[in-house]
Design a protein around this ligand. Structure first.
Ligand SMILES: [Zn+2]
Length: 89
């Protein structure tokens, strides 16, 4: 999978990063492509949206399943959350 092209976030155009999936997950993949741009419109809008609808201080980052290409929101409770699982090539 190393020759795979890095996808770009459909919301901000940044290159996405590999994010290692927790071992006990049932997602059927070892990693997701995740946009870790803190200025991503998707991530920035998420804070307001979550506060208005759920009254929680949280947001989500845009993620893409590497084999199916399905986009889904990855819940995120702070700017630094999830970053410890980024896989740098
Ligand atoms: Zn983005």
């Amino acid at each position: 999978m190393t020759d795979q092209e890095t996808p770009k976030c459909s919301h901000c155009g940044s290159e996405m990063k590999k994010w290692g999936v927790p071992a006990d997950s049932t997602w059927g993949t070892e990693f997701f492509w995740v946009c870790f741009n803190d200025d991503c419109t998707y991530f920035k809008r998420g804070w307001d949206h979550m506060w208005k609808t759920q009254e929680v201080k949280a947001s989500y980052r845009n993620s893409v399943h590497p084999t199916s290409g399905t986009q889904s929101p990855l819940p995120c409770w702070s700017y630094d959350a999830l970053k410890d699982r980024i896989i740098e090539d």
